[in-house]
Design a protein around this ligand. Structure first.
Ligand SMILES: NC(=O)c1ccc[n+]([C@@H]2O[C@H](COP(=O)([O-])OP(=O)(O)OC[C@H]3O[C@@H](n4cnc5c(N)ncnc54)[C@H](OP(=O)(O)O)[C@@H]3O)[C@@H](O)[C@H]2O)c1
Length: 202
């Protein structure tokens, strides 16, 4: 019995769970199923971040809420080095271009942490929307939140959830993340990373 228990325990490999989002002044992230802004360089930063792996042959997992998934332009896919999981309680089949469909957040995390994917996956990227971000922020393996601060007002009807900025501390500088203020289409923004200072993060 003890042996069986330890076998099951060692089968699960902890993976960093990381959120990435761009938020405007009121923490808005979306409007009517779309992004409220057009910032191609910011979007490219998002793509570069989620597709980065430490060595060839490794992959990341992206976890998408259903509406986020369908808000993507078709020509976004395939993304290199990424397996996509869509979360939905109502879909019956894996959407085109996605790799997996899960009915709840923890099942998606388990997929990355257990065989056969455990040796392949490096990072689990949480790409929204609100409920998915909320669950990820509470997850014990969540260590970083990449939040682009878009320094402008936009009309939004979807928002990034409140989070504890004492627990997740903004970093002055972070490797690989430009620290100077960016500007695109007359809109200023800065890339920020919040790091969880305590807990069971990987
Ligand atoms: N600015 C940014 O960085 C950013 C990032 C992401 C998204 N967005 C924007 O945010 C908006 C979409 O986000 P949203 O919050 O409205 O929707 P969403 O999270 O993408 O989709 C909601 C749906 O996803 C499924 N779902 C979500 N969490 C689940 C869970 N834990 N388990 C099972 N199913 C789950 C449910 O589908 P079922 O009803 O089928 O169960 C739910 O109705 C868009 O406007 C998008 O452009 C912006």
């Amino acid at each position: 019995m003890e042996m069986e228990k330890s076998r099951i325990t060692t089968q699960k490999k902890k993976k960093p769970v990381r959120l990435i989002a761009a938020v405007c002044n009121n923490m808005g992230i979306g409007k009517d199923g779309k992004l409220p802004w057009h910032l191609p360089s910011e979007f490219q930063y998002f793509l570069n971040t989620v597709t980065r792996v430490s060595r060839p042959g490794k992959m990341n997992m992206m976890i998408w809420g259903k509406l986020c998934w369908y808000s993507n332009p078709e020509n976004l896919f395939p993304l290199t080095n990424v397996l996509h999981v869509v979360l939905s309680t109502t879909l019956n089949t894996v959407p085109d271009h996605a790799h997996f469909l899960c009915q709840d957040f923890e099942s998606a995390v388990r997929l990355a942490a257990e065989p056969p994917l455990a040796d392949l996956i490096e990072t689990i990227w949480i790409v929204g929307g609100t409920q998915v971000y909320q669950e990820a922020l509470k997850h014990p393996w969540c260590d970083l939140v990449y939040l682009t601060d878009i320094m402008a007002d936009f009309d939004c009807n979807v928002f990034f959830p409140e989070f504890d900025r004492e627990l997740f501390k903004v970093q002055e500088r972070f490797p690989g993340v430009p620290s100077v203020i960016q500007e695109e289409n007359g809109i200023k923004y800065k890339f920020q990373v919040y790091k969880k200072e305590i807990g069971d993060a990987v």
